[in-house]
Design a binder for this molecule. Structure first.
Ligand SMILES: NC(=O)c1ccc[n+]([C@@H]2O[C@H](COP(=O)([O-])OP(=O)(O)OC[C@H]3O[C@@H](n4cnc5c(N)ncnc54)[C@H](O)[C@@H]3O)[C@@H](O)[C@H]2O)c1
Length: 299
């Protein structure tokens, strides 16, 4: 599907649709909130309190979405929020999404990412208004072949660290709920996972990620420290990833069986670059950016 056409079709489709977004207070969730507001959707969000200094608070997100504060680990609260919203389309973004945080506290990461996803599907199972469910995972769900090859959707799964492994579990949970409860003789709901790569865009509040850490270094007059300057990552625009999520949500609503799948969203080969390339792009705009080959902790 062409990105431009998908964008126009999304604009028509989402006006007046009831949409439920988990993780609406986070980095991607705040952008999705703003876009759904712009498209005229009736959106409800479910997440923890917005982070201080994050984009959701800055942009006045509370005025753009019916914002429910709650924990994905709380089954009763998740069910109550879904029941009240009666959504047609669900986007599941809520997660412990920082690789290092998950490494430090794997129990919380698994509770949130794994059981949080189970809790959401339990709520959806009891909510007949839902027609389309988009579960956001990551390209880190793939078994790392270490050969630099581009992943395709049929490649073997096998994230190893707690973040990647918990996200891999979300893939299996989603498939199980789809096959066992949501695509049966009684009901056909569109259900997909979407595996995007690193996104770049404004408003990232997570200081350990690359762009915020470069900007912090500039502010402090210090060189930015890169742990793996020559590691290659697929960099893409936030808007491309969100436009893809919205298109998949729409297409499954219209033709649930045809479009239910596992989807990669990533850049063209041009966007597959070393970490240091991003720093070099920043150097074009901020002459004070320097880096060392020391420690950069992020994802
Ligand atoms: N940012 C990226 O580059 C990237 C890349 C690939 C995939 N993803 C995935 O996209 C999704 C959103 O990522 P992000 O960058 O916006 O993350 P983020 O950390 O900025 O936001 C996470 C959101 O999840 C919510 N959340 C966390 N724990 C929760 C809990 N226990 N109960 C309820 N809500 C909880 C937070 O309140 C917040 O709204 C995640 O699923 C992440 O794994 C992100």
């Amino acid at each position: 599907m062409s990105g431009k056409n998908a964008h126009l079709a999304n604009r028509e489709f989402y006006r007046g649709k009831r949409v439920f977004v988990t993780g609406h207070t986070g980095y991607k969730g705040a952008w999705l909130t703003a876009i759904l507001h712009e498209l005229g959707a009736e959106a409800t969000g479910y997440a923890l309190t917005p982070p201080e200094g994050g984009m959701f608070a800055h942009m006045g997100g509370e005025t753009m979405i019916h914002s429910v504060t709650g924990d994905m680990r709380d089954l009763a609260a998740v069910k109550a929020a879904v029941e009240e919203a009666q959504p047609e389309i669900v986007f599941h973004l809520a997660a412990q999404a920082i690789v290092n945080d998950c490494f430090e506290d794997p129990h919380y990461a698994y509770e949130t990412n794994v059981m949080g996803t189970v809790n959401l599907f339990e709520a959806i199972r009891e909510c007949p208004s839902v027609r389309s469910v988009v579960v956001i995972t990551t390209d880190k769900v793939y078994e790392n072949k270490g050969d630099g090859a581009v992943y395709v959707e049929t490649d073997p799964l096998g994230g190893i660290d707690p973040y990647s492994s918990s996200k891999t579990c979300m893939e299996y949970i989603t498939d199980t709920y789809k096959r066992s409860y949501l695509q049966t003789a009684a009901r056909t709901v569109g259900v997909s996972t979407v595996r995007a790569s690193n996104v770049l865009g404004g408003g990232d509040h997570v200081k350990s990620r690359l762009i915020p850490s470069i900007l912090s270094s500039i502010a402090a007059g210090q060189p930015v420290e890169l742990r793996h300057p020559h590691q290659t990552r697929p960099w893409q625009s936030m808007l491309d990833a969100l436009n893809g999520y919205l298109a998949i949500g729409r297409l499954m609503y219209e033709e649930p069986e045809r479009y239910s799948s596992q989807w990669n969203i990533g850049p063209t080969r041009d966007g597959i670059r070393e970490v240091v390339w991003v720093v070099e792009q920043m150097q074009k705009h901020y002459t004070s950016v320097e880096y060392t080959g020391g420690v950069y902790i992020g994802n």
